[in-house]
Design a protein around this ligand. Structure first.
Ligand SMILES: Cc1ncc(C[n+]2csc(CCOP(=O)(O)OP(=O)(O)O)c2C)c(N)n1
Ligand SMILES: [Mg+2]
Length: 334
């Protein structure tokens, strides 16, 4: 593995930052301060491994709602994330129009997330075609849950990417459930990646709780895409240790024992143990990281709580032609 000690520690910090921000979002929801949260917890290895294998700033991302870890690596700041939780002025994804975690970040080549699942796949194929037509060596990563691969858009987008050998990587973050529906009721094959053969592209199953394995697989996929050899389907097997969203109660469809079993393979715990065994992370360093991350999260929360709500008259800004003259301060929207 061609990763320096500093990079490994950066990866660890990125995972920790995503987790601690995410935990704070749940607390804010339970305190009644925000109305909705959909979590990336448990997915940190899949996302941070993927992010570190890409050229952030040059490559493209068509994300989905669990991609907080990826987004932070692509440059979303904790303050910006908190603005979206609170629906405050300056929110970068949609000017506070969309639900939180429906990410978009124009300055970082991240396209906006639509609520209907799987619509990001044809968008990613389109971006891949654009990259190819321009002769650039960028790649586009798109992310999706295993349940959403039942949608027609997933097949259409990946078929198109394979036919035209587009520089697309699709990472399926298989957390075993689509809300309450387990994966075996969603598909009759054991692995989403098995379907890659039908598209005519490589399909790889990877341990989605192991950040370094994900890094290696995505790096290989990115190399293949940059060589002009086309798309790759990656399936990262993982688990969501929390309910689907703040509006779900997972006790109705899975046992506490199952959740506890998966938590033993928590991706942050696994990576922390690995770094400690390699002698690269000490208790003092970890304490310092934890303190730094809490300070970042506290700062972000304070910032968003103090921020004003958007003005009512901006609501229709980018929606109707009549209102296109509005410029929303601090956002990319004109
Ligand atoms: C087309 C469409 N159908 C249904 C929904 C409602 N919905 C939102 S998330 C979700 C579950 C998706 O599960 P999965 O793809 O496994 O992703 P996960 O949430 O588990 O990461 C559903 C059914 C939707 N947003 N769009
Ligand atoms: Mg799922």
């Amino acid at each position: 593995m061609n990763l320096s000690k500093d990079t490994l520690l950066d990866m660890y910090y990125a995972m920790l930052r995503s987790r601690r921000l995410d935990e704070r979002a749940w607390v804010l929801h339970r305190q009644g301060k925000i109305v909705f949260h959909i979590s990336g917890m448990g997915h940190e290895a899949s996302q941070i491994g993927a992010a570190f294998a890409l050229r952030r700033g040059a490559d493209w991302l068509a994300p989905y709602y669990r991609d907080l870890g990826l987004m932070l690596c692509f440059g979303l700041t904790p303050r910006e994330f908190m603005l979206s939780l609170f629906g405050k002025q300056g929110e970068v994804s949609s000017g506070a129009r969309q639900m939180p975690s429906h990410f978009g970040l124009r300055r970082a080549n991240v396209i906006s997330t639509s609520a209907p699942v799987a619509t990001q796949i044809p968008h990613a194929a389109g971006i891949g075609l654009g990259i190819k037509m321009r002769g650039e060596d960028a790649v586009v990563l798109t992310c999706i849950g295993e349940g959403s691969t039942s949608q027609g858009e997933w097949y259409e987008g990946l078929n198109w990417a394979a036919v035209h050998k587009l520089p697309v990587i699709c990472i399926v973050q298989n957390n075993q459930y689509a809300i309450s529906v387990p994966a075996h009721l969603q598909m009759a094959v054991p692995n989403v990646a098995d379907r890659a053969a039908a598209f005519g592209m490589p399909g790889v199953v990877v341990d989605g709780n192991d950040v370094l394995s994900v890094y290696r697989v995505i790096q290989e996929a990115a190399d293949r895409a940059r060589r002009g050899d086309g798309p790759t389907l990656v399936e990262a097997k993982t688990y969501r240790p929390v309910p689907h969203s703040s509006d779900d109660d997972d006790r109705s469809y899975r046992s506490r024992e199952e959740v506890a079993e998966w938590k033993k393979r928590d991706p942050i715990l696994m990576f922390k143990t690995y770094l400690e065994m390699q002698g690269q992370l000490t208790k003092e360093m970890n304490d310092e990281y934890e303190a730094r991350v809490v300070a970042e999260v506290d700062d972000a929360q304070k910032f968003a709580e103090a921020a004003p709500y958007p003005n009512l008259e901006w609501a229709a800004g980018p929606v109707y032609a009549d209102h296109t003259e509005y410029t929303i301060p601090n956002t990319q929207y004109k």
